[in-house]
Each structure stands twice: as C-alpha cells, then as structure tokens.
Design a protein around this ligand. Structure first.
Ligand code: DGL
Length: 266
C-alpha cells in the first residue's frame, strides 16, 4: 500500500538542502518536512552529547508531525548520533557518512583529502570507515571551522569564503591529492569554488545522491513509497533560527522562489 506521509529531513542548518535537492530529483512525488537547527549551528564544534540531544528532539518533532522516515542530512549528526537515534525510535532512520569508500575506488594516485567538521573527523564511525575502506591509501583529513557559517549566511563566493577555502585546501594541494571528499552537507554549495581552487584534474565528491538512492531503497523495502503525483508534492520548512533569514538562504540555495519557513524552537 502506498504511504503518503512525508519524509522528515534535518540538518544543523541549511546544509541538508544539498541532500533535499537530490531526494526531490529522485522522488518527485514525496512530501518533505525539513528542519534546520540554525539556532544551534554549527554542530561540528560542539560536544557529541549536545548533538545527540538535539537530533533526538528534532527527530521526535518530525515524527510527531507525521514523518514516516527520518533522514539525518548531516554527516556530523550521523557520526555523533545515528546509533542513538536508531535505539530511540522505531521509525526507519537514514544517515550519512563522508564518501571514503567511493573516494578509495576512484583515486588514481592513492591520495585523498577529506573536508569535514572536527566532530566528524574525530568520530569512531568515521575512523571505522577509514579502517575498512582506506587502509591502503593516504587520507588527509582537514577540519574546516568557519566554513559552515559562511554557507549559513549564503556567502558562497565572497573573498572571505574563498580565503578560508584556500587555507583548508592548501595541505591537500601540497600533498598532491587527486580526490577531495566533501564530508559535510554544507560544502556541496561550495563545490564550484573547491573545483576552481583544486583544478580540473581533481575529483570532488559528496554523498547527497547516494543518500537519496539509499532512502528510496529503504522506502521501497518498508513499503513506504508515496504514489502522489509530483504536482501535489509539498515541502514544509521549520527552523530554530531566524525564519526570514533561513528562508532567504534556502530560496537561493535551492533556487525556489516560494518557500516559507516556520520558526519552531525545540
Ligand atoms: N551539515 C553538517 C554536516 O554534514 C553540519 C555542519 C555543522 O553544523 O558543523 O556535517
């Protein structure tokens, strides 16, 4: 039986919109709820316990308003809290992790750079990824404090954002990596800038599309897919931050003029 209930997606802020875009492309008939935890952003410099508490509150909210499945569209929240979320809720939960496995497959020179938050890079789940898939390649991890804030403000190509990125990418250039993993959902919005700094020979990859595919697979397996006509599919946005600012930034990032965001503190 088709299930018309919405998919619940959350992130520390607007980064998860990079995942929402892929989900919408793959599943145009699904209703979507999106929670941007902008008042508590960035997650990547906070103690993992704080992040876990936020993700549990947000997931509970999304489930209360009808979400049939939760997508943690945030590497940091997934690394810090996915196991806890799965223990806490019966609903299926889809998380994400930096694209280490695909990077290890496509690198030609065995040198990969990862841009992510400090919490992601120091997380056990991330280290287990390295052990499982990257033991015979060189991986250079670069935490990027300050970058998420630039995307939250919609400053995608300013001098300051460019200078920050140049600083974070310089150890990767020095080491001659041929593959860069965007290990935070905010960073795909900076892809063009990363590509222009790294040059055309370097692969720049993220996991938004893979997460959308995994979500579709889980919905199929659990018999939760909607059969709505795309024209009736809706998106509802919520934030703990400044609703008008968040809505302005989402409009630009997603290139959709008619978005309203509701303020809801949890
Ligand atoms: N978008 C996030 C991620 O994928 C969170 C970044 C942050 O809030 O520090 O990791």
């Amino acid at each position: 039986m088709p299930n018309p209930n919405p998919i619940g997606i959350f992130d520390s802020g607007v980064g998860g919109i990079s995942v929402l875009k892929e989900i919408r492309l793959l599943m145009p008939g699904e209703d979507i709820l999106y929670y941007a935890d902008s008042a508590h952003c960035p997650y990547g410099t906070q103690p993992p316990e704080n992040i876990r508490q936020r993700t549990i509150k947000i997931s509970q909210f999304l489930i209360n308003i009808g979400a049939k499945i939760i997508v943690a569209a945030c590497n940091t929240a997934s690394i810090a809290g996915l196991d806890y979320l799965r223990q806490e809720f019966q609903s299926p939960i889809v998380g994400m992790e930096p694209a280490i496995k695909p990077a290890a497959k496509i690198t030609r020179n065995g040198k990969v750079g990862v841009l992510a938050t400090g919490v992601t890079i120091n997380g056990d789940r991330f280290n287990s990824l390295l052990t499982r898939f990257a033991c015979d390649i060189e991986v250079i991890n670069v935490p990027c404090p300050g970058l998420v804030e630039q995307v939250e403000m919609g400053l995608l190509d300013t001098l300051e954002t460019t200078a920050l990125l140049r600083k974070f990418l310089s150890p990767l250039i020095k080491n001659g990596v041929d593959t860069v993993v965007l290990g935070c959902t905010h960073y795909p919005f900076l892809r063009l800038l990363v590509e222009s700094i790294m040059g055309p020979e370097v692969n720049v990859i993220d996991t938004g599309c893979a997460v959308a595919k995994r979500l579709q697979q889980v919905l199929q397996e659990e018999d939760l897919l909607s059969d709505k006509a795309p024209v009736y599919a809706t998106e509802s946005f919520y934030t703990s931050g400044n609703a008008s600012q968040v809505s302005q930034v989402i409009k630009n990032l997603w290139d959709h003029p008619n978005i309203t965001v509701k303020y809801i503190e949890l």
